[in-house]
Design a binder for this molecule. Structure first.
Ligand SMILES: Cc1cc2nc3c(=O)[nH]c(=O)nc-3n(C[C@H](O)[C@H](O)[C@H](O)COP(=O)(O)OP(=O)(O)OC[C@H]3O[C@@H](n4cnc5c(N)ncnc54)[C@H](O)[C@@H]3O)c2cc1C
Ligand code: FES
Length: 261
């Protein structure tokens, strides 16, 4: 179903596999959305078998295999919906609405720094795939709590023309501590013209502040609790210098400088 550019599609689960503690990859056959989705956009998912939970859940798209019509989502189990999602099996069907939201917009030819914390690595991956072909330089900083939680690392390592810095909170791999330090090092190097960041809001806020101090344009992908996901209910507002905006359709990507934290 087409709705103001949005597609509603019954997506069959191809696989739903645990990758680490509380982290899962789900592959969904959703050819129309896979064809249309752009880096940074998300899908709004009706998790089946939860009759008392009518609200959809928003998930960024990590990968889109357009040839086979398959989307991959990386999700963390945080509550009842994601817990139930983790129990679903191949062959079951979820209703998806998408692609929802806007897309990353790095300046053409920019030397790009991407900073991701936790599952924030997912909404940056399709951007990284594009920039690995087009940017003048691409450096990715990935942070996670433990080595085992770096479940997207192999895909980022496989990108051409890309350098990586990895951090773990527990010091089990890469830089010991938050990924804000390698992000700061990269910004201080003066080698970048653009920063994109996604992850927990405290991380986003810190990196956005560093970019602002260095005079670099910075885009952030924000999360809000969402009810309708199509711009109608105002449950997802973000305070900006231009007033209240809706995270679902005006975002989820915002210029860091416009966000009132
Ligand atoms: C645009 C967007 C993209 C997202 N992409 C991903 C993704 O790629 N992978 C992923 O794991 N998660 C992603 N999320 C977060 C995901 O939507 C929530 O974790 C999920 O809806 C929680 O559902 P639940 O029923 O398990 O949690 P609930 O039982 O409803 O709540 C459990 C906990 O999760 C928090 N939570 C619930 N909904 C959200 C939300 N929308 N944003 C932030 N925190 C929330 C609650 O505050 C509470 O602490 C995204 C959110 C947004 C807005
Ligand atoms: S979730 Fe309803 S307006 Fe954004």
């Amino acid at each position: 179903m087409e709705r103001t550019g949005l597609i509603e599609e019954a997506a069959q689960i191809v696989s739903n596999e645990q990758a680490a503690e509380r982290l899962y990859f789900i592959e969904l056959r959703s050819p129309q959305i896979a064809h249309a989705i752009k880096p940074g956009q998300f899908v709004h998912m009706q998790i089946p078998g939860m009759p008392d939970k009518i609200l959809r859940r928003p998930f960024s798209v990590y990968m889109a295999d357009r040839a086979n019509g398959v989307l991959t989502i990386l999700y963390q189990v945080v509550g009842t919906g994601t817990e139930h999602l983790s129990s679903l099996e191949a062959g079951q069907t979820c209703s998806l609405i998408g692609p929802v939201g806007n897309t990353w917009a790095p300046p053409a030819g920019a030397r790009c720094l991407l900073v991701a914390g936790g599952v924030g690595a997912a909404p940056l991956f399709m951007l990284a795939e594009e920039l690995a072909q087009a940017a003048q330089g691409l450096h990715v900083v990935l942070g996670a709590q433990t080595k085992g939680a770096h479940v997207t690392l192999a895909s980022y390592e496989a990108l051409p023309n890309t350098t990586l810095a990895v951090a773990t909170d527990d010091g089990s791999f890469g830089h010991a501590g938050f990924c804000t330090q390698p992000a700061q090092d990269a910004i201080a190097s003066g080698n970048f013209d653009y920063v994109a960041v996604c992850g927990p809001e405290p991380l986003i806020k810190i990196v956005a502040g560093m970019a602002q101090e260095a005079g670099l344009p910075c885009e952030v992908s924000l999360e809000r609790r969402m009810a309708c996901g199509v711009g109608a209910c105002l449950s997802c507002v973000v305070d900006t210098t231009a007033g209240k905006k809706r995270c679902c359709v005006d975002g989820p990507i915002f210029q860091a400088a416009e966000v009132v934290w």
